[in-house]
Ligand binder design. Structure first.
Ligand code: AR6
Length: 169
């Protein structure tokens, strides 16, 4: 039985086996969660991201996929980087957003992570409406087989926390 929990806070302050980063394809950092993870996690994370760019992901990490690195100075064993889709009103990109959660859990399973903390992927710079993002996130983790004991959503502000609370039911 996997527990799905909601927390209001900063993901870089969480203790978990794996923290998920809302990255971009370059894997070389950015704003939002990504900036905070690299700032607090220190240079070891970026160093490993650079190695990934020089090897498996020469053209970047495709949207909807996930890859793990060290967590550096964060209170975690791994950071799992995933690339959410930019929201589009014209095109339904929800399968790609669902894929971020599914692929992150798959990587977490391979690593043996028992506790996995997610931010609300794509709801910041990538502009996905919070209620819809919360629905996709929760539906996906509920329907994805996982060995994780706890899947924690770390929501940065009260509207995000309330949207996830409504969708959790
Ligand atoms: N802890 C938890 N949630 C946070 C934190 C934090 N420290 N900081 C922001 N959020 P975003 P995206 C929330 O923009 O939309 C970056 O530049 C935020 O309020 O981090 O997937 C990357 O490099 C929002 O609800 O990710 C990419 O280029 C949610 O986390 C791009 O942004 C996601 O916001 C990815 O955009």
């Amino acid at each position: 039985m996997t527990a799905i929990t909601l927390v209001l806070g900063d993901i870089t302050r969480q203790r978990a086996d794996a923290l998920v980063n809302a990255a971009n394809s370059s894997l070389l950092g950015g704003g939002g969660v990504d900036g905070a993870i690299h700032r607090r996690g220190g240079p070891a994370i970026l160093q490993e991201c650079r190695r990934l760019r020089a090897s498996r992901y020469g053209r970047g990490l495709p949207t909807g996929q996930a890859v793990a690195t060290t967590a550096g100075n964060l209170d975690a064993r791994w950071v799992i980087h995933t690339v959410g889709p930019v929201y589009s009103a014209e095109e339904d990109r929800s399968p790609l957003l669902a894929s971020c959660y599914r692929e992150s859990l798959r990587v977490a399973g391979e690593l043996g992570a028992r506790t996995v903390a997610f931010p609300a992927i794509s709801t910041g710079v990538y502009r996905w409406p919070m209620d819809d993002a919360a629905r996709i996130a929760l539906e996906t983790v509920r329907s994805t087989p996982t060995t994780a004991e706890e899947i924690r959503f770390v929501l940065f502000d009260t509207p995000a926390y309330e949207a996830f609370t409504r969708q959790l039911g």
